[in-house]
Design a binder for this molecule. Structure first.
Ligand code: AMP
Ligand code: MG
Length: 397
């Protein structure tokens, strides 16, 4: 049995990045950048007016009302490209270039036009309502870095700098299948001793959320030759195979046997973790393999801790794979003496000034109802009693 941190080290050590591809920017949200995004111009590209109003020399408005002769108009997309003289004003629109010679803008609300002149009713000041060229970003700056994820908040950046296509890491292709003679498809009514397959859909959803491309294969019973043949097919199609079930020590836990008969390399098969002790990580041909435990909470927790990390590493992503934080625990928790524990919990982020977390009633690794109500996991290190009011490490789900 190895520690969680040792398992993490092994995954990091074994991950080889998947390579990159150039794709249309419109398809790139959620992907990991494989190139820096460089500003191809200053922003703004010219001194830009923030207001509808008049471009002026600030000095000319020192004593008001000030009458200035209107000599032109600068609109967004069609500026006035001469030089403003003393006693003159240019009618200007929001987003339009401020002409040479002008050093301020006065807004429309403080001006009125009369016989070819504008009467400014209040003084403006130098630089007022002007965003100077290059103050937002300078040409040549790397605005987003390789390894960052593209999202709704930052996708405007490559768009603004002309990246109609962008180089990103290839997305991991994942095959998922559940194992277990008792497991049936979700559209079937369970007969005696049968259980519906909730893991495959859950894992497919987790994969999608984590930016991978999942494909679900049929359930395989506890039978070595069936396992062998489906694993052989899967590793040809996928970068990663995720199975659930059959990795414990029971008579019908056959996933590891099938893997070793196929010649897979097993990097670890037991982690000091609750839930999720019998987690298998290995490789067969070019595909990584995660044999996750069948219990749904174990499968989810080990996905978060280990599979997400592999996804990040394969895409050379710079962000951490888990959203961790700290919170004040509202209940006491008795620790496991041999294994670190992750408990389903409710995080109350709005309880300012401190974040609070409450362990949810939990009946063990099969209790996915508890997990469905959780928005976080509480980390309880082995042997460490958590008392009410203690600060604990949490993972946001
Ligand atoms: P195993 O890891 O095969 O020993 O399975 C542990 C427990 O998880 C058993 O009670 C299984 O019935 C249950 N289980 C296994 N696979 C699934 C699945 N795909 N969906 C829901 N429960 C499962
Ligand atoms: Mg089983």
């Amino acid at each position: 049995m190895i520690s969680i941190s040792k398992a993490i080290t092994i995954i990091q050590r074994e991950s080889i990045s998947l390579g990159t591809e150039r794709i249309p920017l419109a398809d790139a949200v959620g992907r990991i950048l494989a190139e820096d995004i460089i500003a191809d111009s200053d922003l703004p590209p010219f001194d830009r007016s923030q207001m509808d109003g008049y471009a002026v020399k600030a000095d000319d408005t020192a004593a008001t009302p000030a009458a200035l002769k209107i000599v032109g108009e600068s609109a967004a997309g069609s500026g006035w490209h001469k030089t403003l003289g003393r006693g003159e004003a240019v009618r200007i629109m929001t987003g339009a270039p401020v002409p040479a010679g002008a050093d301020a803008v006065q807004k429309l609300e403080l001006a009125r036009e009369e016989n070819g002149s504008v009467i400014i009713s209040e003084p403006t000041a130098q630089d007022r309502f002007i965003v100077r060229k290059g103050t937002e970003i300078k040409k040549g700056a790397a605005v987003l870095k390789k390894g960052e994820q593209l999202n709704a908040a930052n996708i405007a950046v490559p768009a603004a700098f002309g990246y109609a296509k962008v180089r990103v890491s290839r997305r991991p292709r994942v095959v998922i299948f559940s194992t277990g003679t008792e497991i049936i498809e979700i559209n079937k009514r369970p007969k005696r001793d049968q259980i519906r397959n909730s893991n495959s859909l859950m894992l497919a959803a987790l994969c999608r959320e984590a930016g991978a491309d999942p494909l679900v294969y049929p359930i395989i019973g506890d039978n070595v030759s069936d396992l062998r043949s489906q694993i052989s097919v899967a590793v040809k199609k996928a970068d990663i195979l995720i199975t659930t079930g059959g990795v414990s020590v029971g008579k019908y836990d056959l996933t590891k046997l099938a893997l070793s008969e196929l010649g897979a390399e097993i990097y670890f098969d037991k982690v000091a973790l609750k839930p999720g002790k019998p987690t298998v990580f290995g490789k067969l041909k070019k595909a990584y393999i995660f044999g996750l435990p069948g219990n749904p909470v174990s499968a989810a927790v080990t996905f978060h801790l280990f599979v997400r990390l592999l996804f990040k590493k394969l895409q050379a992503a710079s962000a951490a794979s888990l959203d961790v934080g700290r919170a004040v625990c509202l209940d006491s928790v008795r620790p496991n003496t041999e294994r670190d524990t992750y408990l389903p919990a409710k995080l109350f982020a709005s309880h300012e000034p401190q974040t609070e977390v409450k362990p949810l009633p939990w009946h063990g690794s099969s209790d996915f109802i508890s997990l469905a109500r959780a928005n976080a996991l509480i980390f309880v290190p082995k042997g460490r009693l958590v008392s009410v009011g203690d600060k604990v490490e949490i993972v946001r789900l």
